[in-house]
Design a binder for this molecule. Structure first.
Ligand SMILES: Cc1cc2nc3c(=O)[nH]c(=O)nc-3n(C[C@H](O)[C@H](O)[C@H](O)COP(=O)(O)O)c2cc1C
Length: 156
């Protein structure tokens, strides 16, 4: 299966998990492509959406994993622009990967809901999500659980 991992990461948490997932998918003989979304203007915490240097072409992927930090109970502005502007989401299998600092109800759940609504409205087939709460003990265990969940969703 050809999997595109498209993500935005400001401080490296989301990148770390995405890179790990990519490595595991690679070991499972999937063809993977990691795409980091780059901003065309300075980051602005208050902006709902932010312009991208380049909109990735996702046509060739069987499935995409969309990685985002939670920013104020929303997806990252770069990720919203990517999902809103992408042409190739119709019929595409999509899995979300979120990282966030706090309990899931403090922003992550709302973000998952927004991403699900946006992707479904664009005709994507949302398979589910994995998420990592960054703060607190046993973070590595939570990372491994989220990675396993994302990979299992792709196999179903
Ligand atoms: C402006 C801003 C808003 C944030 N809002 C939330 C939030 O609503 N809920 C939460 O759990 N974490 C929130 N966070 C924390 C990030 O989601 C968390 O640190 C994430 O893992 C960062 O990912 P990154 O290193 O890939 O950028 C916020 C961080 C920033 C900078």
């Amino acid at each position: 299966m050809k999997v595109g991992l498209v993500y935005y990461s400001r401080t490296g948490h989301t990148k770390q998990v995405i890179d790990d997932i990519a490595e595991k998918l690679n070991d499972d003989d999937h063809k993977i492509d990691i795409i980091s979304l780059e901003l065309a203007s300075p980051w602005d915490a208050s902006a709902d959406r932010l312009p991208l240097k380049k909109l990735p072409d996702i046509q060739g992927f069987d499935c995409i994993i969309v990685g985002t930090p939670v920013h104020g109970a929303r997806m990252a502005g770069a990720v919203r622009t990517f999902l809103e502007e992408s042409e190739g989401l119709i019929g595409k299998e999509v899995v979300f990967l979120l990282t966030h600092l706090f309990w899931q109800g403090w922003g992550a759940d709302q973000t998952i809901q927004q991403m699900r609504e946006l992707c479904t409205a664009k005709g994507a087939d949302v398979l589910g999500y994995g998420n990592v709460r960054w703060l607190g003990f046993k973070r590595n265990k939570r990372i491994q659980q989220a990675e396993r969940k994302v990979i299992e969703l792709l196999k179903d």
